[in-house]
Write a protein that binds this ligand. Structure first.
Ligand code: NAD
Length: 509
């Protein structure tokens, strides 16, 4: 983008040369160290943001806490009405927000727009939810008693997000939390603060139009300062954290120690099993998108491929052909299918993983290099090995696909489940028995298990999250909203007696 065009585009989204990094209804003149947001395509700075200091974080928490006192008393459908307006504003700004996400994070334009679509979808979902949030009614064992449960807002919650979904992950949490009656503080990744600032401007506008302040709040800062302060803060009953397993381990420990709740959405190591009878055309498209899409920087990216021997060589050959035709380049160019990695460190990690794979005796079937041009571009890479590599047990956030051959569905499931992470998984087969086996209690151990659909690209209607080191959290659809509320069981005695439960007698006479 030309400099003037870029400047006008950014200013339209409320992004200036040097941005204030905290907002609690109104923007705070943050005094922390600046963080520079870098365009991974050109390696040029886009704009910088002043981080929040701990004092400024304190101001934000106090405002959010004060806002909670009124927000929790607003009827949920009225909160839903405000979320509806927010969703509409995201609709209006979809093009610009999608473009900003592509510019700052490096995902291709259609994925940037797709991310904003997820924000819109979850807002719509939350609006409907605002008229539900159901509790149950139970039968009391005592005469003339009524027993039921109701759900109350939790308080001010913390939302910590990763760089790779700089808008959608916030929205999954924020839209649901808002209709549930919570206020919130968002700490975005320091690699994508501009998307957060643009979104905060939109929230401010909509909230101002509704005469409400302090529900959606922002605090740009790094994990060590603002992040750690959030984990230890007893005023945040829930911290929803998305990021690496290493980060999640720290969140779990600190938040649990103070009896807080956490939702952990951590790293994945997602596998696809392809059986001999699979529709290979369908499979090829799913594997290609899963492994190469977002340059392998999705938590649900396909990282491991288990091919049944009958089709293994043929499929790898087709896949190599497909990899070679992937157009790599500027994510804003509509022809591009794969953009850059997020920074130079990500390239180093990818190269180190490939080196380890070679040391373990694997073959690099295609790719394996940094591309000689400005920006953090790499070749999507296929690694083939006759055993499950140790390096493939870790999540390397880059487009590396480890391919292994298997004899049977049972062997494939065993290998598939042998890693620490448990986010997304898939099987490609037309054999109903194999598919059901994969979905059964002795099948995939992941939070998401698909048949004839790849590992990435979940819909917001289902609960999203994974098992084992992925953290066990669930976000977005189904009944994930319950994590953002507290459950209260109420029993009302409308009779004239005081019967005790379980037939206990406790009479004075
Ligand atoms: P990261 O762990 O480096 O950072 C994630 C967030 O955690 C950032 O905002 C960071 O500042 C914050 N953070 C780091 N240390 C912290 C601390 N001690 N206290 C509080 N906050 C702290 O992850 P990343 O590189 O931004 O994102 C990539 C990772 O995120 C991958 O592992 C990917 O699989 C994972 N991810 C998971 C999901 C999911 O839903 N399961 C979704 C997106 C990304």
């Amino acid at each position: 983008m030309e400099v003037d065009v870029k400047k006008a585009f950014l200013s339209n989204l409320g992004i200036e040369e040097s941005n204030r990094g905290a907002c609690a209804g109104t923007w705070i003149d943050t005094q922390g160290e600046p963080v520079v947001s870098v365009d991974p395509t050109s390696e040029q700075a886009i704009a910088s943001v002043r981080r929040a200091t701990l004092e400024e974080y304190e101001t934000v928490v106090q405002k959010a806490d004060a806002a909670f006192r009124t927000w929790r008393m607003m009827p949920a459908p009225k909160r839903g009405e405000i979320v509806r307006q927010l969703g509409n504003r995201f609709r209006e700004q979809k093009g610009d927000l999608g473009k900003l996400i592509s510019l700052e994070m490096g995902k291709i334009r259609s994925e940037g727009d797709g991310e904003v679509q997820e924000m819109i979808d979850i807002a719509d979902f939350a609006v409907g939810l605002s008229r539900q949030l159901y509790g149950l009614t139970m039968q009391s064992e005592r005469p003339s008693h009524r027993m039921y449960e109701q759900w109350h807002p939790l308080g001010t919650i913390g939302i910590i997000t990763a760089f790779n979904f700089p808008g959608a992950v916030w929205a999954w949490n924020a839209m649901i939390a808002a209709v549930c009656g919570d206020t919130m503080i968002w700490k975005p990744s320091h690699q994508t603060p501009l998307t957060a600032i643009a979104i905060q401007h939109i929230c401010n506008e909509v909230m101002r139009e509704n005469g409400v302040e302090g529900v959606f709040n922002l605090c740009v800062g790094d994990g060590r300062h603002v992040g750690e302060a959030m984990l230890a803060d007893r005023r945040l009953p829930l911290v929803s954290a998305t990021g690496s397993c290493r980060m999640g381990r720290r969140v779990a420990e600190v938040v649990a120690k103070r009896f807080g709740r956490s939702i952990l959405e951590l790293g994945g190591n997602n596998g696809i099993i392809v059986l001999d009878d699979a529709d290979l055309e369908l499979t090829l498209r799913a594997v290609l998108f899963g492994a190469v899409g977002t340059a392998g920087q999705r938590c649900t990216s396909t990282r491991r491929l288990f091919l049944q021997r009958g089709i293994a060589d043929r499929f790898v050959e087709r896949l190599v052909g497909a990899y070679r035709s992937v157009r790599i380049g500027d994510p804003l160019d509509p022809e591009t299918l794969m953009g850059p990695l997020v920074n130079a460190g990500a390239i180093d990690e990818m190269m180190a993983a490939l080196e380890r794979a070679r040391e373990e005796g694997a073959e690099i079937v295609c790719g394996g290099h940094r591309i000689d041009r400005p920006g953090y571009f790499v070749e999507p890479t296929i690694v083939r090995s006759d055993k499950h590599l140790e390096v493939a047990r870790e999540e390397t956030f880059a487009p590396i696909l480890y391919v292994m051959s298997v004899d049977s569905v049972d062997e494939a499931i065993e290998l598939h489940n042998s890693v620490d992470q448990g986010l997304s998984s898939a099987i490609f087969t037309n054999n109903m028995i194999a598919a059901e086996k994969f979905l059964s209690a002795r099948g995939s151990d992941c939070g998401i298990a698909n048949v004839n659909i790849g590992t990435s690209g979940a819909e917001i209607g289902g609960a999203f999250g994974g098992e084992k080191d992925t953290g066990g959290g669930r976000e977005a659809g189904s009944d994930s909203w319950k994590l953002y509320m507290r459950r209260q069981t109420n029993t009302i005695n409308w009779g004239q007696e005081m019967p005790l439960a379980q037939g206990v007698q406790f009479d004075l006479s």
